[in-house]
Design a protein around this ligand. Structure first.
Ligand SMILES: C[S@@+](CC[C@H](N)C(=O)[O-])C[C@H]1O[C@@H](n2cnc3c(N)ncnc32)[C@H](O)[C@@H]1O
Length: 374
């Protein structure tokens, strides 16, 4: 079967690395900044469950891309010969057809639109339901993709409600995956806010998960249930620049999103904040196996880049992404082979690219997802 997924902009390298661990016989056919077309022998349920996919689709038909109105008519013709596969989830009675070309909804003339809707209705026995309740079929075109596809949207798995200001579930999953989760990890988010990384990390086996945020009192009300109830969780309200109750070298993985320095008042200039924070992370991370993933505003990336290296935290890869449309940078690295802070000039730094250390543990992640989320 061929599938198309959309994911957070800029995470394409992380997605490309992760896919083979989530679906079987994975073969990428097209990828851009925020979407991928691939083939796989895995069933639709598995693809619908991919935690970092914002939308997932099964491809039903495709034609060579040209004029959109003519294309929609041609697709309607091709659908008469196509198989509409049974879709996972409860059977819908109604459907609608969306046309999404080059990242935005496209308008199509009335006649071809009605023609494709009539065809879908005849092939599936469903009635048109323009309000949006029911099954969605999408006509999808992407820049640099030769063909235009007709796809069935796969059902979205139920996900906990996102608190205000929280990162999306998809991005949280992607960044937690980048930390190479392992069952014996002690995990820390020292700027945990609404607890998105903590909640995502708790879906996997872990030894201990530390939530810390200076403003825990403000966030407590909104914390996900699992962050409050799970016995593996420790809730702290400590300053991430100090973390007084986290012993040296006691943490295996940090995934965090420090204040962006844009709206919040920081107690010190941003460069100093980045320096003190990274020294604090370097102290608590296990020197032999500590890993970290740090997300910051793109404007603040040079300060963190320098601070991480100075603190003895090797940067293995960086990813330029968008968070709600705002440019951001993700640093992925580890404590293992980084130079010690005081000696960093003397030891050669390992190369930053190509950097693909992200996926050890993805198999565990998928198996765990299968075990825990079904
Ligand atoms: C960008 S937000 C993190 C958002 C979080 N990733 C989420 O999805 O909700 C930064 C968080 O850091 C906290 N914070 C700010 N300064 C801090 C400090 N010095 N130590 C610990 N937490 C701090 C803020 O209260 C805020 O919740």
């Amino acid at each position: 079967m061929r599938y198309f997924i959309q994911y957070p902009a800029g995470t394409s390298e992380l997605v490309a690395d992760a896919m083979a661990h989530f679906v079987d016989d994975f073969r990428a056919e097209y990828q851009d900044d925020s979407a991928m077309l691939f083939s796989s022998s895995s069933p639709m349920e598995r693809v619908a469950d991919i935690p970092f996919a914002k939308n997932a689709f099964a491809v039903i038909s495709e034609i060579r891309r040209g004029d959109i109105n003519a294309n929609v008519e041609q697709l309607a013709g091709s659908l008469k010969e196509s198989q509409f596969p049974p879709l996972p989830g409860p059977r819908a009675r109604g459907f609608r057809v969306m046309v999404h070309v080059d990242g935005e909804l496209a308008s199509v003339a009335g006649a071809p639109k009605r023609e494709i809707e009539r065809t879908v209705s005849a092939c599936t026995g469903m009635r048109l339901e323009p309000s949006g309740r029911g099954q969605e079929y999408w006509v999808i075109g992407r820049l640099d993709m030769r063909d235009l596809m007709f796809c069935a949207r796969l059902p979205k798995p139920a996900r906990p409600k996102k608190a205000r200001g929280a990162l999306s579930h998809e991005l949280s999953s992607m960044l937690v995956l980048a930390s190479e989760p392992r069952p014996d990890d002690t995990f820390l988010d020292p700027f945990a806010g609404s607890g998105s990384f903590v909640a995502t990390r708790l879906t996997l086996p872990a030894q201990a998960v530390i939530y810390s945020d200076l403003n825990l009192a403000d966030h407590r009300e909104q914390l996900p249930d699992e962050a409050v109830r799970d016995r593996r969780v420790r809730l702290l309200d400590e300053d991430a620049m100090v973390l007084p109750s986290v012993p040296d070298g006691s943490v295996d993985a940090v995934v965090t999103d420090p204040p962006w320095g844009e709206h919040e008042e920081l107690p010190v200039p941003y460069e100093e904040f980045a320096r003190t924070t990274t020294l604090s992370l370097a102290r608590v991370l296990n020197p032999a196996k500590g890993r970290y993933v740090l997300l910051c505003a793109r404007r603040g990336a040079p300060a963190f880049d320098e601070a991480l290296t100075d603190a003895g935290l090797a940067v293995r890869a960086t990813h330029e992404i968008l968070v709600n449309g705002h440019p951001a940078t993700v640093f992925v690295g580890d404590r293992r082979s980084a130079a010690e802070p005081a000696q960093k000039q003397e030891k050669p730094q390992p190369p930053r690219k190509p950097a693909k250390p992200l996926l050890i543990g993805m198999g565990t992640y998928r198996r765990s997802l299968n075990r825990f989320s079904r």
